[in-house]
Write a protein that binds this ligand. Structure first.
Ligand code: AMP
Length: 398
């Protein structure tokens, strides 16, 4: 069966078409600037060819129609007909407290996703547009929702309740939800298979380090704690997001700089993190280059990131009473030899020892811990689209 995986942003639509007989990628692409001037589709075929189409695309339905037309264009040699698409998997950012796993979409599910839009106003509305577009263009195909928050629904109240008046949870559902769940689950399961151990007996810390970063503690195959919270802003410092800081700074800076809450939110989401500290870039490759040239603030941004990840690994190890496996994924976790080395420096005291030679690897599934390391350290490339397609296949076959 071929499965289309869709990830809709406010003005973009990312997709992958996978052949689930061998889990191979048939085609992928991106529609950008939906509803804006200069909208275009870039389609990539499995042989690496790129086809760009620039046409006005007023909305997500138009973007989807263009995408589907390009998948069946004879010269692209991707699909003979749209009937070959067996199901569609949708990345949905927020499932609220309603969903702890993926689900076939019906009107009740749509209502729950719409209700959770209040919690993820930037993400759920475009996700909903993606589902509605498929429903109008491919009315007979089943749609599956795969939620970024679902994997973390196993956290216990002590992990997800904030030390705020309890009524904020009751009235407004203010709690830790956690994100990147599809990725944390995928790399954890891949690691358990790779190590040949049952998921239930592996205590793992998964470090998804990319432009957005989060770390999750996994025990008995379940997320027991994670660094992102009510929104993806909490936890580690990221490319442009602040991560944790003293909440009193929020109103202090608003007063000093005369900012509205919207402006302050923009500072915390778009102008902070390693970009804010370095004043140079949100990209870790740029920062590492600049730090090597002697730029102190780029070096400082990297150091505080490494320190934050290390502190979380330590606290999650304490929380689980030990750890068997530390997993690195995401653009930084998969590719940055230097960042992994810095994060792991000093963890030998609890038996996590990196092998510098094995660590000299990028973008591949690999064990990078020393032979005498008690804790396995792994690099596991994430593949959220494949995880979504697997869940979609399982649910439509059920
Ligand atoms: P992601 O959001 O997962 O795509 O990750 C993006 C981040 O990964 C950016 O900060 C990139 O600089 C970083 N990244 C990608 N490749 C490398 C690399 N080879 N070395 C260091 N960082 C990298």
């Amino acid at each position: 069966m071929k499965i289309l995986v869709i990830n809709c942003g406010s003005s973009s639509l990312k997709f992958q078409l996978l052949d689930m007989n061998d889990e191979s990628l048939v085609a992928s692409g991106l529609v950008e600037r939906i509803g804006l001037d200069g909208s275009r589709l870039v389609l990539k075929t499995s042989d690496g060819q790129k086809h760009t189409t620039e046409v006005p695309l007023p909305d997500h339905t138009a973007a989807l129609k263009l995408t589907l037309d390009s998948l069946v264009k004879p010269e692209h040699r991707i699909l003979g007909s749209l009937d070959e698409i067996g199901a569609v998997g949708h990345r949905i950012v927020h499932g609220g407290e309603s969903y702890s796993s993926s689900v076939v979409i019906d009107e009740e599910v749509m209502a729950a996703i719409e209700e959770a839009a209040d919690l993820a106003p930037l993400h759920n509305p475009p996700n909903i547009l993606g589902v509605r577009a498929i429903q109008s263009v491919l009315p007979n195909v089943k749609n599956v929702a795969v939620f970024d928050t679902a994997f973390h629904q196993t956290m216990e109240p002590a992990a997800y309740i904030y030390a705020l008046p309890y009524e904020y949870y009751e009235k407004y559902r203010v709690r830790r939800y956690g994100f990147h769940g599809t990725s944390h689950k995928f790399v954890f399961e891949t690691a358990a298979d790779f190590l040949g151990v049952p998921k239930e007996s592996l205590r793992a810390i998964t470090c998804h380090l990319g432009n957005g970063s989060s770390v999750t503690a996994i025990e008995n195959g379940k997320s027991v704690d994670t660094t992102m919270g009510f929104t993806p802003l909490e936890g580690l410092p990221m490319g442009t997001r602040s991560g944790n800081f003293d909440p009193a700074i929020y109103s202090y800076i608003m007063q000093k700089e005369n900012l509205t809450s919207e402006e302050m939110d923009k500072v915390l989401n778009k102008e902070s993190g390693v970009l804010g500290v370095s004043g140079y870039s949100s990209d870790f490759r740029d920062l590492s280059e600049k730090a090597n040239e002697g730029d102190k603030r780029s070096a400082l941004a990297l150091s505080l990131f490494h320190r934050s990840v290390k502190k979380v690994i330590g606290s999650f190890t304490a929380l689980m009473g030990g750890v068997d496996c530390i997993i690195f994924t995401g653009g930084i976790g998969e590719n940055s030899i230097e960042d992994r080395a810095e994060i792991c420096k000093g963890l030998e005291f609890f038996g996590a020892k990196l092998d510098p030679e094995k660590n000299a690897t990028r973008g591949k599934l690999a064990e990078i811990s020393a032979d005498d390391s008690k804790v396995k350290i792994l690099v596991v490339p994430t593949n959220e689209e494949l995880a979504i397609a697997r869940d979609t296949l399982r649910l439509v076959n059920a």
